[in-house]
Design a protein around this ligand. Structure first.
Ligand code: SOE
Length: 379
């Protein structure tokens, strides 16, 4: 019988749903020593918290996150709040000895991230950050192929994350569903929200980034602020593109925007090595495109691997070969790996320390765009 791991979730938005779904599914599909128990959900709005608790099966509700951290019956805290609350909650949770699962990006900036790393490491509490795309089976397969050396020396890493939901100038900033547009709550715009995913995947697949040169743009300069009711200056980046050198000598090209009309969540990457290339597209997430120059010339070409076979990462836990899974399963996989790590007493990536590397790249990107120069990652 798996041991209970009592979860206290702080926040109840889109990510609160994605994580709660993962906690409820994981033991049905993975054989684990731990079983998440939805102990409490915490939000300032009690009525909304109660509604969320009833929908997802949380046993209780708190309206003050400090009270949640005091509870002896909560083992692990899941931080699903806007970014400006991550640091304070994570440090208090570490001091309270709680296991921590924190939504991405880790923090508002590197300095905050460093404090958070020190807190979890001093307290010795297990920790992880929700960079979920690593655990889409096709992306995990990409990692496997690269680590096996199939691509050979890597020359290029290219990634995009394109959306179009903020084009309207009538869209306000701030408050419940729109805090991502408010620099005070989010820290940055597409850099921390979308490029952070691309950077996390890139660091994982292709190693460290040495330096960057970037440009950002804020297309709509002023928006009504939902919290003050006034029209205020927009402080986030609406679009960001950067070039970089990886430590392994390869070149990186990254682009992200919320102004790419027609694209809802087009996250793609392509990696070109001396022997082979791979590419992946979130809109077709169960496929990995692979080209191997060592194939016979007459049949050489891009192949589209349907990543649904029992041999593929995570897939033996699901249905039968040929049947695809989706976005939400990446969160289930993260919980499964995290719980296996807890049982083995081993950290599971991306830890706070791993996510700090992404934060450093984000900061270098934003500094470079501001100064219109090249920035070394980590100062
Ligand atoms: C923004 O629209 C967003 O929801 C991000 O916050 C998520 O991290 C990303 O996975 C999808 O897009």
């Amino acid at each position: 019988m798996p041991k209970p791991l009592n979860i206290g979730m702080i926040g109840y938005g889109f990510m609160g749903r994605a994580h709660s779904n993962a906690y409820t599914k994981v033991n049905h599909f993975f054989d684990l020593e731990y079983r998440p128990v939805l102990k409490a959900v915490c939000a300032r709005d009690e009525a909304k918290a109660k509604e969320f608790a009833a929908t997802w099966g949380y046993e209780s509700v708190e309206t003050d996150w400090r009270k949640l951290l005091e509870r002896k019956d909560v083992d692990a805290v899941d931080i699903c709040t806007p970014n400006n609350l991550h640091k304070e909650i994570a440090i208090a949770a570490a001091e309270a000895g709680k296991t921590i699962l924190c939504e991405k990006p880790l923090a508002m900036n590197t300095a905050e991230g460093e404090e958070m790393c020190r807190a979890v490491e001093q307290a010795g509490v297990p920790n992880i950050v929700w960079y979920n795309y690593r655990r889409v089976p096709a992306v995990t397969l990409a990692k496997q192929l690269i680590d096996e050396g199939r691509l050979g020396r890597i020359f290029h890493f290219r990634a995009n994350f394109l959306q179009d939901w903020t084009i309207s100038s009538d869209l306000p900033q701030g408050g419940a569903a729109l805090w991502r547009l408010d620099a005070a709550a989010a820290g940055s715009g597409v850099t921390g929200d979308l490029l952070a995913h691309c950077i996390d995947t890139a660091l994982w697949l292709n190693g460290g980034i040495h330096d960057v040169t970037a440009m950002t743009e804020t297309f709509i300069k002023e928006r009504k602020h939902n919290l003050t009711g006034k029209v205020e200056k927009v402080g986030i980046d609406d679009a960001c593109a950067f070039l970089c050198h990886f430590e392994n000598g390869s070149l990186g090209l990254f682009e992200s925007t919320r102004y790419a009309r027609g694209h809802k969540a087009l996250y793609t990457f392509e990696i070109n090595g001396e022997n082979a290339s791979i590419r992946w597209d979130l809109h077709d997430l169960h496929r990995l495109e692979y080209y191997d120059h060592r194939d016979d010339g007459v049949v050489r070409g891009w192949r589209s691997i349907h990543v649904t076979d029992g041999e593929h990462p995570y897939m033996k836990h699901w249905w039968v070969p040929g049947l695809a899974i989706g976005y939400e399963h990446s969160f289930v996989h993260q919980v499964a790996d995290f719980l296996a790590g807890l049982a083995a007493g081993k950290p599971v990536s991306p830890t706070f320390r791993d996510a700090l590397e992404t934060q450093k790249v984000c900061d270098a990107v934003l500094d470079s765009a501001k100064g219109r120069n090249w920035q070394k990652v980590g100062g």
